[in-house]
Design a protein around this ligand. Sequence first.
Ligand SMILES: *Cc1c(COP(=O)(O)O)cnc(C)c1O
Length: 392
Amino acid sequence: MTKNKTNPAFKADTLLAHTGRTPKEFYGFVNPPVVHASTVLFPDIETLTTGNQPYVYGRRGTPTTEALETAISELEGAAGAKLATSGLNAIALACLSCLSANDHILIPDTAYGPTRHFADTVLPKYGIEVTYYDQALAGDIKTVFQPNTKAVFTEAPGSLTFEMQDIPAIAAAAKSIGATVLMDNTWASPLYCKPLSLGVDLSIQAGTKYIVGHSDVMLGTIAASEAAWPALDEFHGAMGIHIAPDDIYLALRGLRTLSVRLERHMKNTLEVAHWLGTRSEVGDIRYPALERDPGHAIWKRDFTGACGLFAFDFKAGTTEAQSTAFFNALEIFGLGYSWGGFESLALPVKLKGIRTATVTDPNLRSARLHIGLEDPQDIIADLDQAFAKAFT
Ligand SMILES: *Cc1c(COP(=O)(O)O)cnc(C)c1O
């Protein structure tokens, strides 16, 4: 793969427009073909025996899979990239590619819920030990290392509560014991954070979110450093992972507009977040792009932008009935899981029972919002009328 490299001098927007497509190889058509394939024919027995042709079997890769893998690899500055059936599948594959029986993995307390479910139910079955760590640990993560620690998982900002992690410090500590560093980089996308440049070995995306960008496909990506690539490539092949070509095509289409969409998501989100800051119904706002956010300095150092996902806490004393009334009153915001599409979404957040390594307020009520591409004035008006209905 990556046999057709895009000019490495290109800036991000130019790369997005040109990576992963080779019109000259496909009669000049701008976009790569959607190849539906199992069998690939060989011209003779000699070629079949050596396998010496670009594609040998549908599951092992097609011009369609290669196009998206190349694009992700180039965007992440990786040695190579692989696709997964969902973001969670990418997390599972990445973890299993670098762990064996009797190894130990560290996972931040703020990891995405289904990541914890995978770590709690699958890894122990294969003799892999899991410890959740306080996501605030930086170089001090050394204090939770064990002799068998082989992988350190990171995710920034944290799921639901949006704490930043000091990825370079964690990565440096992990490197000192030869552990593989993984990062769930879905929030920033490969555009606003480059995990591999921060010392990460396996950068994971729920492509379902902003890469696809239109709430119509589930897909994951894993980009690997030189050190982590051979094991990922081998494991991915052995597991028989194959992504439907039509879905890959939609992901490639989404990718082309990632930059313009993210720019608008961030602008709209800052406008909504600033407005929320003026509301008496609102406590803390959890968005690292805000100057008053505790993670702002790290965000500014390591990231070049922010997406449309954040949370705000309802002011202390807000009742369950008030919070429920607020969500039910929303008209523009849909109530539902996932995010990263063009539409605004809202979700109530309760932390009770979901964290084990850190202390969180079990009574905290928050709202996780995804700010879409609607006009921010309409979004604000929707929140305004929902507050009015719920808090009078
Ligand atoms: C959504 C999400 C995932 C999982 O992606 P799916 O495609 O839904 O499996 C993983 N990590 C983060 C941070 C996510 O938001």
